[in-house]
Design a protein. Structure first.
Lengths: 423, 399
C-alpha cells in the first residue's frame, strides 16, 4: 500500500503551545504591517538558487525588512500533487501541503544576530522549532552560537530549504538515515577564513542528542530520525551525555565545496539515579559532502554520503542494523536561461537525482548471508524557476526497495508536481 | 514570446504524457506469484476486517514502549513471515524441554520456547542444561483459513494409526489439551478431554486463535487476556495488546488466500504430478481436501489443494531432535502443506530453507531428509531417472 513513502514522525506533544506562539507572532507582525506604508517594506532579495557554503544557508535566504527595524521576516512554502504506485497499487491522486516555514531574524547589535525557523509539516501534523539561535561574532574566524542549532552533519541538514532544490522529496539518506532536519539545544563555535579563492570553514557544537528509540522504534530498523519524536530533547538530555557535531569545509570559488563532518555521542540511558543500567553505547556518524558547478556547461552537481555506526547490543535483534550507509547525488543542468512570460531571470532546468540507502549493512549470524534492507532510487526532474526564489517542479520517482532478507523488491514509482517558494 | 509558449507547451505535454503513461509505473505482480491477498468472495465488511488484520500483521512493530519483550524472538509478525511466506533462519524459533506426552518439564525455566533476544540491559534465555530442543522455521501463513475449516471428521478419516491398510503410512492425530479461551469448532471431536491439533510443526495447535495468542506471547513477549503469562516475570501481567487486535489478526490469517498453482497445465508439471503420486508422496501430502461449514461463507464447503493430511507421521531418526509437543512422539512431524512451496524462495531471501528447521537448501535435499514413513517414497525418488526427478521437482515448484 502506498500510504506515504516517507511517513512523518509523530510529534504532537507541544503542538498547541507552538501553535499559540506562532499565532501571536503572526498577529503581531500583521498588526505592525497594517499601520505602515507598504513602500517602506524592503525585500532583501537574494539569489538562493546558487548555493553558497552550506553553513551559510540559514542566513542565505530572502527576508522582508521593515524600514530600519532590526527584525526581518521570511519563509517558504511548498505544496505538491503526486500519483504513486507501489507494486501496482496506488492510493490515487494526492495533494499535499508539505511545509510552511517561517523565519524571523534580528540584528540585536552590530555583531549579535538572532535567527529562528519554525516549520509546519504536512499541515499541522508536525510543528517544529528547527532553528532558534543567537550568534555572537567575536571575529570572522570565531563566532559563538547558542540555542536550538542545526547539527552540521552532511550538507542537507543545514541547507534544506525547499526552494533551493529541484526535487519535491528530500533525499532519503538525509531524512530516513540521517535525521534531517535534525536540531538540538546546544552551544558551539564556527568560523571562516578567506584566502584568495579559497574559503576554509569549521563548526563545532555540543548539544543534546539521541535516545534509545534509534534502535527501538516502530520503523523496525535502526532509525536515527526516531529521536525526533522526543520533544523533551529541547528541555533535557536523554542521558546527560552531549552529542558532538563537527564539520570542516573548504571551498574554492572555481572548483566547489567539500565538507567532512562527524556527529557522535552516547544514545542509550546507561545510568539513572546513580544506578548503572547498561554500558555506554555510542552512535557515530561520518559524512562527506561536495558541490560544484561545471564552468562550461554550468552543470550543478551536489552530493552527500554518510556512514552510521551504532553500538547495538549483541543480544538484541539483527533487525536493527549496526552499520548503515547511504547518500545521494543531484545533477542539475540549466537548459534555458532567458526572460520567460514576463519573468526576467527565468531558468528551465533538467535534473537527475540518484540515491541509495543501506539501513543494515552486515551479514546474518545464522546464515552468513547478506542483510539487505536497502533502497535505490532515481528521480529525473524538470524544474522551472521564474525567479531564483521560486521553483516549479515535475519529478518522476522510482524506488526499488528490498526488505531485510533481500526478497524480491517492492517497487514504488510515480509522478510528483509542485512548487516551492520563498516569500 | 513564441519561445515561451513553446516551453510551456512542452512542459504541459510532458506532464500529460507522463500522467498517461502507466507503463512507467510499477505493475502489480501476477496474482499467482505472491502469497498475500484475501480469499475470493469476501464481502466489503470482511475486506475491512481483513485490512485491519493486515495492519496488525504487517505494520505493527512492537517496541519496549508498547510491550515488546523484554524477552522475545521477533518484533512483529511480518518479520517472521515476509510476504506471508515461509521464514528465514534469522527468525527461526527454538523450542525445548518436552520429550514425551507427559508434558514439558522445563516450563519454569522458560519453556517451551526460547526467547533468544532481549531488550537492551536484559539477558535473553539460554537452553537449560539437560533440555532437548528443536528449531522451527516459521511457516507460510497462506490458506490457513481453509485448513482451519476442515472438519475433525475429515482429519480422522485420513488417519491410519495402526497402518491397517499395510502401506507403511500410519498417520495419526495429535490429541492436545486446549486453553480455556478456545471456542470449539462445530462438530469438534473430543477424546478424554483432548482435541485434535492441526497447526504447527507438531500439530500441537488447535486453531488460529490459539496460534495467534501464542505467537504474540512466545514470539514477541506480548501478553494478552488470552495468554497473560509473561515469560520473563513468570507471572500473569496486564494485557499489552487488545482483544480486538488479536481478533483482527485471526481474521486476517483465516482469510488469506490459498497459494495458486502456476503452470498447472504444463505437460512437465502434469507428468511431475503423476510421478509424485506414483512414488507415494501423495499418501501423506494429500492433494485435495474439503472444508466443512464455516462462519465465513467464502471458506465454507470448498475444495482446495494443500498437499497435507494434517496428521503426524514418523519421519525417522534423521529428523528426530528429541523434542516434541502434545502427544506427538519426538520423531513425529505433521505433514507440512506443500502449497506455495515454489514461492518459498521469495520470502526466504532467495533460497530455500526447508524441512522443519530449514536444514534443506533444495527440494531434493528435503526429499532426501524423509525417513520413517517417508523412507519408501524417498528411495523411490532416488531411483527415478534424472529427467523424472526434474519433472517431479518442477511439479513441486509449481505449487
Amino acid at each position: 500500500m502506498v500510504s506515504s513513502i516517507w511517513p512523518p514522525l509523530k510529534n504532537n506533544k507541544y503542538q498547541m503551545k507552538q501553535y499559540y506562539l506562532l499565532t501571536m507572532l503572526l498577529c503581531s507582525s500583521a498588526a505592525l504591517l497594517a499601520q505602515i506604508d507598504p513602500v517602506l517594506l524592503r525585500q532583501t532579495e537574494k539569489d538562493t538558487s546558487g548555493l553558497k557554503m552550506n553553513m551559510d544557508a540559514i542566513y542565505n535566504r530572502p527576508f522582508l525588512q521593515l524600514g530600519k527595524l532590526p527584525v526581518a521576516l521570511g519563509g517558504y512554502v511548498e505544496a505538491n500533487y503526486q500519483y504513486l504506485k507501489e507494486n501496482g497499487i496506488s492510493e490515487g491522486h494526492q495533494f499535499q501541503m508539505r511545509r510552511l516555514t517561517l523565519f524571523v531574524s534580528s540584528s540585536i547589535a552590530k555583531r549579535i544576530k538572532f535567527l529562528s525557523e519554525i516549520e509546519f509539516e504536512d499541515g499541522t501534523k508536525e510543528i517544529n522549532i528547527e532553528f532558534a539561535s543567537v550568534d555572537f561574532e567575536l571575529s570572522p574566524l570565531l563566532n559563538f552560537r547558542g540555542g536550538v542549532v542545526m547539527n552540521p552533519i552532511g550538507a542537507f541538514n543545514q541547507n534544506h530549504d525547499g526552494p533551493k532544490w529541484e526535487f519535491i522529496d528530500r533525499p532519503i539518506s538525509a531524512t530516513q538515515m540521517l535525521p534531517a532536519t535534525w536540531s538540538n539545544v546546544g552551544f558551539g563555535i564556527f568560523g571562516k577564513k578567506y584566502v584568495k579563492d579559497w574559503v576554509y570553514a569549521y563548526e563545532a557544537y555540543f548539544t543534546n542528542g539521541f535516545d534509545d528509540k534509534i534502535i527501538n522504534n516502530e520503523e523496525g530498523k535502526t532509525f536515527l530520525p526516531a529521536s525526533k519524536e522526543n520533544a523533551d530533547r529541547f528541555e533535557e538530555s536523554f542521558n546527560g551525555s552531549p552529542l558532538f557535531t563537527g564539520k570542516i569545509a573548504v571551498k574554492n570559488r572555481k572548483v566547489g565545496e567539500l565538507g567532512l563532518s562527524y556527529m557522535g555521542g552516547i544514545y542509550n540511558k546507561y545510568q539513572e539515579d546513580g544506578l548503572t543500567l547498561d554500558k555506554k553505547r555510542p552512535v557515530n556518524v561520518f559524512a562527506i559532502d561536495f558541490n560544484t558547478t561545471l564552468p562550461k556547461s554550468n552543470t550543478y552537481i551536489n552530493g552527500e554520503w554518510a556512514w552510521v555506526h551504532v553500538d547495538v547490543p549483541e543480544t538484541y535483534t539483527e533487525q536493527y542494523g549496526r552499520n548503515q550507509q547511504g547518500g545521494f547525488v543531484d545533477i542539475v543542468q540549466p537548459v534555458l536561461k532567458q526572460p520567460m512570460m514576463g519573468f526576467e531571470k527565468a531558468v528551465l532546468n533538467v535534473a537527475l537525482r540518484l540515491e541509495y540507502v543501506d539501513w543494515n549493512k552486515g551479514t546474518f549470524k545464522s546464515t552468513a548471508g547478506k542483510i539487505s534492507d536497502e533502497v535505490f532510487a532515481f528521480v529525473p526532474a524538470i524544474s522551472w524557476r521564474p525567479t531564483p526564489q521560486t521553483v516549479i517542479r515535475l519529478n518522476y520517482r522510482h524506488n526499488t526497495q528490498h526488505d531485510i532478507l533481500g526478497n524480491p523488491p517492492s517497487k514504488i514509482a510515480g509522478f510528483q508536481f509542485g512548487f516551492s517558494t520563498y516569500f | 514570446m513564441k519561445k515561451q509558449w513553446l516551453v510551456m507547451g512542452a512542459l504541459i505535454t510532458v506532464i500529460l504524457v507522463a500522467i498517461a503513461c502507466e507503463k512507467i509505473l510499477p505493475g502489480a505482480p501476477a496474482h499467482d506469484s505472491i502469497l498475500d491477498g484475501p480469499i475470493e468472495g469476501l464481502t466489503g465488511e470482511q475486506h475491512q476486517l481483513f485490512l485491519r488484520g493486515d495492519v496488525a500483521f504487517n505494520d505493527d512493530v512492537f517496541t519496549a514502549a508498547n510491550g515488546l519483550g523484554p524477552l522475545f524472538v521477533s518484533t512483529s509478525c511480518g518479520s517472521c513471515h515476509a510476504g506471508d511466506g515461509k521464514g528465514h533462519p534469522f527468525t527461526t524459533l527454538t523450542r525445548f524441554g518436552q520429550t514425551d506426552s507427559t508434558g514439558n518439564k522445563f516450563m519454569q525455566l522458560g519453556g517451551p520456547q526460547l526467547q533468544n533476544r532481549a531488550l537492551p540491559s536484559f539477558m535473553p534465555e539460554q537452553i537449560p542444561l539437560g533440555a532437548t530442543f528443536s528449531k522451527f522455521t516459521p511457516p507460510a501463513n497462506t490458506g490457513l483459513g481453509f485448513l482451519d475449516a476442515v472438519t475433525d471428521h475429515t482429519i480422522l478419516s485420513l488417519a491410519d494409526e495402526h497402518d491397517a491398510d499395510g502401506d507403511g503410512i500410519s498417520g495419526r492425530v495429535n490429541w492436545i489439551t486446549l486453553p480455556v479461551y478456545i471456542t470449539h469448532r462445530p462438530g469438534t471431536v473430543e477424546r478424554n478431554n483432548k482435541y485434535i491439533g492441526r497447526f504447527g510443526k507438531k500439530a500441537a495447535v488447535y486453531d488460529l486463535m490459539q496460534q495467534t495468542a501464542n505467537a504474540y506471547n512466545q514470539d514477541m513477549g506480548i501478553v494478552s487476556t488470552y495468554e497473560p503469562y509473561d515469560s520473563y516475570t513468570h507471572q500473569d501481567l496486564d494485557p499489552e495488546v487488545t482483544n480486538q487486535k488479536v481478533l483482527d489478526l485471526v481474521f486476517y490469517l483465516r482469510t488469506l488466500k490459498a497459494p495458486i498453482q502456476r503452470n498447472e497445465n504444463d505437460a512437465d508439471v502434469i507428468s511431475g504430478k503423476q510421478l509424485f503420486t506414483s512414488i507415494g508422496c501423495a499418501k501423506c501430502h494429500i492433494p485435495e481436501l474439503k472444508t466443512g461449514d464455516c462462519s465465513i461463507a467464502a471458506l465454507a464447503n470448498k475444495t482446495f489443494h494443500p498437499y497435507t493430511d494434517l496428521l503426524l507421521h514418523d519421519m525417522g531418526p534423521g529428523l528426530n531432535d528429541g523434542y516434541t509437543e502434545g502427544s506427538a512422539l519426538t520423531e513425529e512431524w505433521r505433514t507440512p502443506p506443500l502449497w506455495g512451496l515454489g514461492l518459498s524462495k521469495n520470502s526466504q531471501g532467495g533460497q530455500y530453507y526447508l524441512l522443519h528447521d530449514g536444514r534443506a537448501s533444495t527440494i531434493e535435499d528435503a526429499i532426501k531428509g524423509h525417513g520413517g514413513e517417508g523412507k519408501a517414497s524417498n528411495e523411490l525418488f532416488q531411483k527415478l531417472s534424472a529427467a523424472d526427478q526434474v519433472l517431479l521437482i518442477k511439479f513441486l515448484e509449481s505449487l
